[in-house]
Design a protein around this ligand. Structure first.
Ligand code: SAH
Ligand code: SF4
Ligand code: F3S
Length: 452
């Protein structure tokens, strides 16, 4: 019997070069890492999860806070022995640190062969050829062409049931503390038909939950039939895709929460009742200094309208403490806002001065003061998370099972409210959505039983 084309492809795949990608930072980087793997797939690479087997290692990096950026250099230090053991190993730095510090990385870390920014990774195949030929390659342009149009289509393989889909790149908001507008460039929305095509493709490959991504995803305004489409219109159209059961989006800016998007939380059943809506501070003085362009009252009003549309909406937020000029009263205003909202989940950070941003020029709050505020804020947020989780006990939620849990026979999934839920039941299968009754709340997850 002659081997069929699939067999031949498989024997070719066993000789494939191995690619290891380590991803830092936000969900947009997670999405980009998948697309980089696809781009290099066309050059004969398959992904491995062990760096010591790799022919190429890519670090997809984050520049948002000083600690995030420092991780790159310490990780590069750890890779040195691998490179000495295997001189053919190629090492690349991608993502937001690559964009911000490309030339410096090349100077400081001679073991790096390749630096590629978030908007040029569709050029990876050509860069890979260059580094294989012994060159060092840097590409941190903001090119005219759209990287998404130049990326190869991924393999048709089935994939995990929950997927990210980037619908918007960059950011035009220029909050005074933030590097994203510099590392990711101007805000651009992908055209509607491309997004829908990618969504359908994901669903055909077994995906039933899609999270739409952008740094200001609710400002989405993609070109489509009859002019620009809002995010709400895109979500309503996606909801018509058979087999797509759950839609989420992140991250949103309070100022771009339009009427239709608020209404969709009430009338679009596939839109999940969880919303990440960062506010950063509860003090109007600090919000102004941060260039957030809204007041605490305006933020609270948006939340009130969202909750009127969807009373059980679970909210999450981001907070920065110790922003330059923050007084004890400003911080108390943040605590008061948190008490008023009650967050189901939250991320809070000590302000980190980022080179090139306007706030970096201003005098810092002393570190011990900022640390103390962070501790107090996190105590309050943890208490809220615990209380809201405890309120889930006895309730029935829908859970999408994503992977086996750590204990034998256990499955882990996500509730509609994005809680991690553990279930020990042989009926629970990856990719399945089941009604689950919550029986227990732990620190960062819930335990449930499949409802009869
Ligand atoms: N686009 C999103 C957030 C992107 S960055 C938004 O507008 O909210 C994710 C979070 O990191 C931010 O919400 C903020 O809380 C935090 N962050 C950003 N820059 C920071 C800095 N310089 N120091 C500390 N935290 C920062
Ligand atoms: Fe950064 Fe502000 Fe843009 Fe969010 S909206 S990415 S915080 S500049
Ligand atoms: Fe970090 Fe870049 Fe995301 S700086 S948070 S990886 S957009």
């Amino acid at each position: 019997m002659t081997p069929n084309p699939t067999d031949r492809r498989e024997s070719f795949m066993t000789d494939a070069k191995k690619l290891f990608i380590k991803t830092y930072g936000c969900q947009m980087n997670v999405y980009d890492s998948e697309r980089m793997a696809e781009a290099l797939g066309a050059s004969g690479y398959t992904v491995t999860d062990t760096p010591d087997q790799a022919d190429m290692i890519l670090l997809n990096t984050c520049h948002i806070r000083e600690k995030a950026a420092e991780k790159v250099y310490s990780e590069l230090g750890r890779l040195k022995p691998l490179k000495s053991a295997n001189p053919d190993l190629k090492i690349g730095v991608a993502g937001c640190v690559a964009q911000a510090e490309g030339e410096e990385i090349m100077r400081r870390a001679p073991l790096v062969d390749l630096v590629v920014g978030p908007q040029t990774y569709h050029r990876l195949p050509a860069m890979e050829r260059a580094v294989r030929a012994g060159e060092r390659a840097v590409d941190t342009e903001f090119p005219e062409e759209d990287k998404f149009e130049h990326l190869p289509k991924g393999p048709r393989a089935r994939r995990a049931p929950a997927a990210f889909l980037t619908v918007q790149e960059g950011c035009d908001k220029f909050c005074a503390f933030c590097v994203v507008p510099y590392t990711r460039g101007a805000e651009v929305s992908r055209p509607v038909d491309r997004v829908l095509r990618e969504a359908r493709d994901l669903v055909e490959r077994g995906v039933c939950e899609i999270t739409l991504l952008g740094q200001n995803v609710n400002a989405y305004h993609g070109a489509g039939d009859g002019g620009a489409w809002s995010l709400a219109r895109l979500i309503r159209e996606m909801a018509r895709i058979d087999g797509l059961e759950r839609i989420r989006f992140t991250t949103s800016h309070p100022n771009d929460m339009d009427d239709d998007l608020i209404a969709a939380h009430g009338d679009e059943p596939k839109l999940m009742p969880y919303l990440h809506l960062p506010v950063q501070s509860g003090s109007d003085r600090i919000l102004k200094a941060m260039n957030r362009k809204h007041s605490a009252a305006q933020y609270l009003r948006v939340i009130e309208r969202l909750r009127a549309a969807r009373p059980d909406l679970l909210l999450s937020g981001d907070f920065i403490v110790g922003f330059p000029g923050e007084t004890e009263q400003d911080f108390e205003d943040t605590m008061a806002l948190v008490r008023e909202v009650r967050y189901g989940q939250a991320y809070s950070f000590k302000y980190s001065a980022r080179p090139g941003t306007p706030a970096a020029e201003r005098a810092d709050v002393p570190d011990d003061v900022a640390s103390d505020r962070l501790r107090r804020l996190q105590a309050l947020l943890t208490e809220q998370q615990r209380d809201l989780q405890a309120e889930m006990v006895g309730r029935e939620v829908s859970v999408l099972f994503e992977k086996p849990g750590r204990l034998p026979g256990q499955m882990v999934g996500k509730s509609d409210y994005l809680h991690a839920v553990h279930v020990a039941d042989p009926r629970a299968q990856v990719g399945q959505i089941a009604r689950v009754r919550i029986v227990e709340s732990a620190a960062n997850s819930l335990r449930g039983e499949i409802a009869a």
